[in-house]
Design a binder for this molecule. Structure first.
Ligand SMILES: Nc1ncnc2c1ncn2[C@@H]1O[C@H](COP(=O)(O)OP(=O)(O)OP(=O)(O)O)[C@@H](O)[C@H]1O
Length: 330
């Protein structure tokens, strides 16, 4: 998959598509759902916003989208709070959940109503339905949609205004493997156009092949921000040869430490070429040489374990609970 990063006029040095969250806190009564959270999301990249259930992801996204008011701190898009953006839907497209459609209305009508409020023509509606792969289904009532179809309709709605920034809450939920593959390619295409793509998930593995960067939270607090590649860790390299002791000695001379592991050597470098060259000079055959990747499930668990709280005092009772407009101003 290509990952070309082009800069569009809207993503220049002004950081028009940059999301900045600074010291963001949200308390519900005495319960702190989001706790002094700061992170940045860059244009032209896909960022995974990750954390276990109840970590505070949706609450953060709702603050970013002006649906609830922060207790303190700021969340801005291109330097402005959502409510201060002139025509927000042409700057930010979002899908906070996939169940929020009027069941009696067809997918296409749903989009047309939205398009009307945004001053977008009907041709764009059909174009978006085509783009997300549900042009035929769009003539059916949304009440009969599968979860995957609702996700696609939500995506089409988010894209109607051709926004610079896309914010999707658990977009892979309900998609089959083919759907997830499609979503990955689709989001990659958008980010290669310079758009900012932020997607939340409670499963690192679900998005590991999709995202460039991660922001991991637990208990409402940041536990890690950085490129996805960092999570795979500099776990060193694994090398297998006929005489591990001899190779360990040769590596030591080259200033590289190593230790025995299951008949192979775990080498303290990720420079595979160096290890191969050392083995060659030592006259040792190499049967296996690879980067020692870390198990992502373990990484996620280690980063968030012990800090994960149980669900807070409030649990949504139905699918629409999280779209409540508490604190929202039109
Ligand atoms: N309106 C509210 N009133 C009280 N508590 C709330 C409210 N909204 C969310 N919470 C609580 O805040 C915490 C964070 O919830 P949030 O939905 O943001 O988590 P999440 O990371 O999105 O989790 P999930 O992956 O399960 O959607 C949870 O414990 C939740 O019960």
């Amino acid at each position: 998959m290509t990952s070309t990063t082009t800069t569009t006029p809207t993503t220049g040095a002004s950081g028009a598509g940059r999301i900045e969250v600074r010291n963001l806190t949200k308390r519900f009564g005495s319960f702190t759902a989001v706790d002094d959270l700061s992170f940045t999301v860059e244009p032209g990249r896909i960022t995974g916003f990750l954390g276990p259930n109840g970590a505070g992801k949706t609450t953060t996204l709702r603050m970013l989208l002006g649906l609830i008011t922060p207790t303190s701190g700021t969340a801005t898009i291109g330097g402005r709070r959502y409510h201060d953006i002139e025509s927000p839907m042409s700057v930010v497209g979002s899908a906070l959940e996939a169940t929020n459609f009027h069941p009696g209305r067809t997918g296409r009508n749903h989009l047309r109503v939205l398009a009307d409020t945004m001053g977008v023509g009907p041709a764009r509606v059909d174009e978006m339905l085509e783009l997300v792969g549900i042009p035929a289904a769009a003539r059916k009532r949304a009440g009969g949609y599968s979860m995957g179809m609702r996700q696609r309709l939500g995506l089409a709605a988010a894209l109607l205004g051709d926004p610079q920034v896309l914010i999707l809450d658990e977009p892979a939920n309900g998609l089959d493997p083919e759907g997830i593959r499609w979503l990955r390619g689709f989001l990659r295409h958008l980010s290669s156009q310079g758009k900012t793509v932020l997607i939340s998930s409670h499963m690192l593995q679900e998005v590991e092949q999709t995202v460039d960067d991660v922001v991991i939270i637990s208990n409402g607090r940041l536990v890690k921000q950085g490129p996805m590649s960092e999570l795979h860790g500099s776990g060193g390299a694994i090398v297998r040869t006929t005489d591990p002791d001899a190779l360990a000695g040769a590596l030591r001379v080259a200033d590289v430490t190593s230790s025995a592991q299951d008949g192979a050597l775990l080498v303290d470098t990720t420079d595979l070429r160096l290890v191969g060259d050392v083995a060659l000079r030592a006259g040792l055959p190499v049967y296996e040489l690879r980067t020692a990747t870390t198990d992502l499930e373990d990484v996620f668990f280690q980063l968030t374990e012990g800090t994960n709280r149980n669900l807070g005092p409030w649990t949504p009772t139905d699918g629409n609970a999280l779209t409540g407009q508490e604190g929202a101003q039109a």
